[in-house]
Design a binder for this molecule. Structure first.
Ligand code: KDG
Ligand code: MG
Length: 402
């Protein structure tokens, strides 16, 4: 089999998505996701200008060699644009391989290790009472694991919170907005939130919380310690992770489990975190971490150190990544949990898929390959629109830790 053509599709059915379609001489095609929230066009150009010309004519079954060719051959290694572009190719090739062998991708990764993939959802509220109502609503939908965030008294807006009716959606169209942040106020509020959640819903629910890299290690250590009575499933991104050693200090002070890595793009970003057992869950997912080929090795390395996966699954990761993640989660041994933030109905229509949700778990489906498609006609109705995450400053105007 030979690759005959490949091209990038950019569409914005609620969020911007960069999708790669790879075609072969046998009529089989594969889809890959290369979406990088807020930097979408950089990946699209990297693929079109630099990778696709070298992809044409290759054997799509050579997932390992093609990955190494683009990783090592670039000379400039790692960083999110490069790794998302390589991931887009890698995912499309695994999709082709599954379709050609007439089997779902999970069978190429070891087969089913479990029936359903436990997922966590997002509950948010402008204040604690509103957050509790949202937890109740998600519990009603069958979720057994819920991330809980709430507004911080004294701050006009808080990242991670739904404003007004509708789904939680952090990216905003246009140029990035700026809002104010106070770690002192945040640290006072979060333990109160989780005390109320446990009081209201009991011990059984898995509770998660995302700190969005806003703290210093000693502040995160304090929060982890104060949250211990509420037995969180994890505390996510307590600090920015460029300094992997920062996690050592947090670890020395608290037994609250730690997840990080949604912004990582290589095993080298997590090397010290994993081998020193400073974290419990790794969040780097397929689109930003070089695809299935690199994540499988990373997950196997993490397994040696009791670190499990907890893949990023926000709405800026397209249904192609969601499908691939569910195949991966189904197959590997050290799966921990998968984030689930449902896409808009428009996105689901543009990307028809076989994966499903039921009672707190998701299922990749049994279609050959990844089991997701792209309706290009419909996609054309939603042109790219610039969108970014909001940026935070401390009350005195200084940029935050992240
Ligand atoms: O692109 C980044 C967003 O997806 C991110 O801010 C969402 O933190 C997030 C999460 O845990 O889903
Ligand atoms: Mg996060």
């Amino acid at each position: 089999m030979k690759i005959t053509n490949a091209y990038v599709n950019i569409t914005s059915p609620g969020r911007n998505f960069v999708t790669l379609k790879v075609e072969t001489d046998e009529g089989i095609y594969g889809l890959g996701d290369g979406t990088l929230n807020g930097r979408e066009m950089a990946v699209a150009s990297y693929l079109t200008e630099h990778l696709i010309p070298s992809l044409i004519g290759r054997d799509p079954f050579q997932t390992e060699d093609i990955w190494q060719f683009f990783y090592r051959g670039a000379y400039w290694r790692r960083e999110p644009v490069t790794m998302a572009a390589i991931a887009a190719i890698d995912l499309a090739l695994w999709d082709i391989k599954g379709k050609a062998l007439n089997t779902p991708v999970y069978n190429l990764l070891g087969g089913k290790s479990r029936e359903g993939v436990t997922v966590y959802c997002h509950a948010t509220g402008e204040n604690i009472d509103a957050a509790l109502e949202d937890v109740a609503r998600h519990k009603e939908m069958g979720y057994k694991a819920i991330r809980v965030q709430c507004g911080i008294p004294g701050l006009a807006t808080t990242y991670g919170i739904t404003h007004g009716p509708g789904r939680y959606e952090p990216a905003e169209r246009g140029l990035p907005s700026e809002s104010a942040w106070s770690t002192e106020m945040y640290l006072r509020q979060v333990p109160k939130l989780f005390a109320r959640v446990r009081e209201t819903f009991g011990e059984e629910l898995h509770l998660l919380h995302d700190c969005h890299h806003r703290m210093t290690p000693i502040e995160a250590a304090r929060l982890g310690k104060e949250l211990e009575p509420f037995h969180l499933f994890w505390m996510e991104d307590p600090v920015p992770a460029e300094l992997q050693e920062g996690f050592k200090l947090i670890r020395e002070h608290t037994t609250t489990p730690i997840a990080t890595g949604e912004v990582f793009n290589s095993v080298w970003d997590a090397h010290d975190l994993i081998r020193n057992q400073w974290i419990d869950y790794l969040r780097m997912t397929l689109v930003h971490g070089g695809g299935i080929t690199h994540l499988k090795k990373t997950a196997d390395f993490a397994a040696l150190y009791h670190v499990r996966t907890g893949f990023h699954g926000a709405t800026d990761l397209s249904p192609v990544t969601m499908a691939a993640a569910l195949h991966f989660d189904t197959a590997i041994h050290n799966f921990g949990i998968q984030e689930h933030m449902p896409h808009t109905d428009e996105t689901d229509a543009v990307f028809p898929h076989h994966y499903t949700y039921k009672d707190g778990a998701m299922y990749p489906g049994d279609a050959p390959g990844l089991g997701v498609d792209l309706d290009e006609k419909l996609a054309a109705k939603y042109p790219y629109q610039r969108a970014y995450l909001p940026i935070n400053r401390k009350l005195d105007g200084t940029m935050t830790e992240w």
